[in-house]
Design a protein around this ligand. Structure first.
Ligand code: RIB
Ligand code: CA
Length: 313
């Protein structure tokens, strides 16, 4: 089976960084065409800088990195420095990137690449707010049918929200964009907080990253050491939840996850529940299923895969 061609749309973010490293360490499974950056955890100038820092950490200064939308479709930008630190990649002390950003806007790159590719040969992997993806679909509706699949981190049902009582950050930042994506008709796999809150970097798991004794392994240990504060304080978690790497791990070994094909709609009207992923887990409505919403993970298998692959970098 040839590796799956993907575009990673991202707002690095320590967990985005680990997801990107895992993808770049897995060329037999994943062919990363480019990183497209979006404002989210931190503003766009920082997410597009951090994406390049991660590429150079992975030894991939050749990978195209594009900057995209710097604010959501219809709401002011909300960022998460309280979780990720001022730089968005607090923890390790990594050098500024020397590789340049590509000149083209990320949305133009997504449109041009999907138009030029055979149908259903490229998977979109959004790890942040869905602004770039929705903007591309709005500006070029013809590309929607070209997309093979969307595998994204976002939302939550049993877990509720992490930025409001009902909404997960990626969806909350741009609920209008999420609504466009979830109504696109494209096959969607969702990695919600219900799954990612079970992918916790406990001390033994963090020690395993550090024991790799490589720049990437040590950096990941330092990133997750920093990144765990918020969740430990709020949830009493045993470690940092590795949200975005669940997307990459799914592409490598989908059997690590279980979920249901159900209807998922996005709250875009009520400020009280803005950005909520209304997941019909119990199928109590007649709304048509539009997403495979994951509910569980083999966490030990996930961390074994992640640590093995990081050792390659
Ligand atoms: O809610 C977690 C998600 O929001 C992750 O993708 C994290 O990187 C932030 O983007
Ligand atoms: Ca992210």
């Amino acid at each position: 089976m040839p590796p799956r061609k993907i575009i990673i749309d991202t707002d690095p973010g320590q967990d985005d960084a680990v997801a990107i490293l895992l993808a770049l360490a897995s060329p037999e499974d994943i062919d990363v065409l480019a990183l497209t950056c979006v404002a989210g955890n931190v503003p766009l100038d920082l997410t597009s800088k951090n994406a390049r820092i991660v590429c150079e950490l992975a030894g991939r200064p050749d990978l195209p990195v594009y900057a995209g939308c710097d604010c959501p479709l219809g709401r002011p930008l909300v960022t998460a420095e309280h979780v990720h630190g001022k730089t968005g990649l607090d923890g390790p002390d990594l050098p500024d990137p020397t590789m340049e950003l590509c000149k083209e806007h990320a949305v133009d790159y997504i449109i041009d690449t999907l138009r030029a590719a055979p149908a259903k040969t490229i998977t979109l992997c959004p790890l942040g707010p869905l602004t770039n993806i929705a903007t591309a679909f709005q500006r070029a509706p013809d590309i929607v049918e070209k997309v093979q699949e969307i595998v994204l981190m976002g939302g939550g049902y049993f877990e509720g929200g992490n930025i409001t009582p009902t909404a997960e950050f990626n969806i909350y930042v741009d609920p209008q964009a999420a609504d466009i994506v979830f109504k696109s008709g494209i096959p969607i796999v969702v990695m919600p907080l219900d799954v990612t809150h079970k992918a916790l970097v406990t001390k033994p798991r963090n020690d395993a990253f550090r024991a790799l004794a490589t720049p990437a392994g040590i950096a990941v240990a330092q990133m997750t050491d920093f990144f765990e504060r918020f969740d430990k304080e709020k949830y009493g978690s045993a470690g940092a939840p590795l949200h975005d790497p669940c997307v990459t791990a799914y592409l490598i070994n989908p059997d690590l996850f279980t979920g249901r094909h159900i209807n998922v709609e996005i709250e875009t009207q009520s400020e009280l529940t803005m950005g909520m992923t209304v997941a019909d887990w119990w199928r109590v409505t007649d709304r048509a299923p539009n997403a495979t919403f994951m509910g569980d993970i083999d966490a030990d298998g996930f961390f074994a895969l992640l640590t093995d692959r990081l050792a390659r970098l």
